[in-house]
Design a protein around this ligand. Sequence first.
Ligand SMILES: *Cc1c(COP(=O)(O)O)cnc(C)c1O
Length: 251
Amino acid sequence: MDRFLEIKQNLNQVYERIGAAAMRAGRKSDEVKLVVVSKGQPLEVIQAAIAAGAKIFGENYPEEAIEKIQAVDSADITWHMIGHLQSRKAKLVCDHFDWMQSLDSLHLAEKMERLLAERNQPLPVLLEFNVGGEETKSGWLAGEASNWPQLLPEIRQILEFPHLQVHGLMTMPPLTANRDEARIHFKKMVELQKYLRKQFPQSNWAELSMGTSSDYEAAVEEGATFVRIGTSILGPRPDRPLSQLTKLRQV
Ligand SMILES: *Cc1c(COP(=O)(O)O)cnc(C)c1O
């Protein structure tokens, strides 16, 4: 089948499933925003997705993403950074992305705040939490609720940065997790969201970015406001060099 038609059908099916999952949970489908994850995918595939109606793209590697962002060059399309970001690449994200979903350390936050202050430019961000307990995963370790109070001083500092605009939370459960395990992680994120809302009631905790191709319906049922879906819409990612593959497994 034609690649464009295939992507269009996949996209429609994902929208339908998001809508059905939202309805099962008594939510409205427009509460859930779809991030089409285009890491590793060539420009033609992104253009096909745009033609089919995709509006938000998620990328993991800044250099790879910037080429696509510049080639697409459209004000209707927004780009979300969703992968672990080394602080020496913070500038690339501040210059080219619309959202930073994977803010995972105070060090990175300080660097980004400095860069954004120079430009007098705000950037919406999500704080990434690791509720699955995998050591290779990035994000603040938040698998045990008893550890949450220890996270508050760093979060407080980030909330005070004027240019980093915190909108909520993001997580990436372990790849090994099955649907039921993933749901446990999603529920924990909702608990963490409630906890942070109580601790910092003046701040904005509305957004919850969770759920990928393998578990997005459960994520929507549990309260996701962003789902990040790659392969179910764009198909398998093309083979990449081994160095990139090991990186991929870490995100
Ligand atoms: C790759 C990736 C996704 C999408 O995964 P799929 O299985 O292709 O849907 C979502 N979130 C993050 C952080 C990713 O790295």
